[in-house]
Design a protein around this ligand. Sequence first.
Ligand code: TYC
Length: 104
Amino acid sequence: MTTTQKQGSSVLEATRAGVRRPPLYKVLLLNDDFTPMDFVVTVLQKYFGMNQARATQVMLQVHREGMGMCGVFTKDVASTKVEQVVSYARQHQHPLACVMEENE
Ligand code: TYC
């Protein structure tokens, strides 16, 4: 651990082994042929804080390319988002798939 003196206070810098940023996880939506487009837009607004325009862009990317990213989060937050999205979709009888993947 390196110690830098800055205006009288000690700042510890993460420059050596044993001090790592926690891994981050992408939350991804997968396309299917049945979930309505407006439902996916609602999910992106409700669980990922997107406005209507951004949510529509992401939904259309998933629709055209098969997959799209909702955001990048710590493991616990990503896992909770996946659970919430899948649970909400099943409550509405939609097969929408949402998964998480380590961000490199
Ligand atoms: N492909 C769906 C449709 O045509 C829309 C859709 C978009 C479904 C994104 C899932 O993650 C998804 N109704």
